[in-house]
Design a protein around this ligand. Sequence first.
Ligand code: ADP
Ligand code: ZN
Ligand code: MG
Length: 474
Amino acid sequence: MFEVVIGLEVHAQLNTNSKLFCSCATSFGEAPNTNVCPTCLALPGALPVINKEAVHKAIQLGTAIDAKINKKSIFNRKNYFYPDLPTGYQISQFEVPVVGEGEVIIDFPDGSHKRIGVTRAHLENDAGKNTHEGDHSKVDLNRAGTPLLEIVSEPDMRSSEEAILYLKKLHSIVRYIDISNANMQEGSFRADVNVSIRPKGDTKLYTRCEIKNMNSFKFIEKAIAYEVQRQVEAWEDGVYDQEVVQETRLFDANTGETRSMRGKEDAADYRYFPDPDLLPLIITDEMIEKFSQIPELPDAKKARFVKEFGLKEYDAGVICATKEMAQYFEDMLAVGISGKAATTWLTVELQGRFGEGMNVTTSPVNAVKLGTLVKAIESGDISGKAGKEVLDYLMENDAEVDAVIEKLGLKQVSDDGAILEIIDTILANNQDKVEQYKSGKDKLFGFFVGQTMKASKGAANPQVINKLLKERLA
Ligand code: ADP
Ligand code: ZN
Ligand code: MG
């Protein structure tokens, strides 16, 4: 039996206004090679200056994952050639990163938790982008120099499930503290996935393969499954040493396979050395004091929702997965409704009506509107069933809840007098059934409810019907 060992390196692109070592903008989608300057083009004599906003964001991340912040860290040159890297080296942090050891707690569906160690997080700049068309290639340096925070985990994960839970939690944290938009399609949050196997019970680490630049949870899951199977088969076939070598692999989404890209370089190959153009990065107590003030994190928010609004742990987890969803929920509650109803109407009814790519921020029905709708149900103005019709209408039309209830004629009659009038007519017209009921045929109660409902054309509040019928038939 084998055990899977996974360690993840996550690159989060920081959402600073300017690049890491120059004042060029970091915006996406500009014309090629327009967000560039002598520094990020590596023209002779141009010098880098560290962007303090990026440093602040690193401190915030460190705080969020309960990590040690190193008061003195060093920028190194990591030397290699690539056409999208004008300097011929990446500026990164090697021996001493800005953020030291920390942790991320992952939550399993059954309510249990596991601690995943974070080894370090360091600042580095991104490279540009090459595109290949036919027999020629183009280089766009707009991205060259954008700030990345690389967050390196311990090899603490034992399944793809754990790896995905870790990535989702980290993704959520990064967005809660707003240090990155973490847009995965755009590659602003991407992971290198290191995978190895070992016989169960063994504690040493075996050879890992690194699957580079993954930016989809679904593909990461598939890549891990493929890689584990490949390594296990190699072991069982007695060719482990030949087949499983330390290397960089690529995942092919079309075939669902990983394939070798290049042999893995070791740190020594990069000839790391401290960048002589940059002083050590010094972080003062005042900076730590100031930037360790971070917004409420997902776990804390979750605990508060359970305590304050009586949510189930699982529901609270779903609602707190994104900051936007949690905010939507709190805005709904501000209308004055119960946590339980808000949960159902948000996670089941509203989300159930979302099409591909829709979410609470793009929802045609905002939190106050949905809250108002739930309030109409809780106060008995309309039935739950009618509420669904109103929501259907609101998904397609921009209108106010009250106006829609009016327009669709869904207002419930809860007024005792009006309902009693109907009940009395029905009882008078069905004297025989009333006798049967009174002599023990309990089932007839449903008949009277049905008749009343029908006579009111479905508008009578069923709770009120029940109450009044019980009184009349007592
Ligand atoms: P590099 O940049 O060369 O890939 P790092 O030290 O930055 O090296 O990252 C190594 C990553 O690989 C870490 O996330 C670590 O947890 C993981 N890792 C190391 N050894 C193993 C192994 N045997 N199996 C799985 N993951 C591993
Ligand atoms: Zn620049
Ligand atoms: Mg790596």
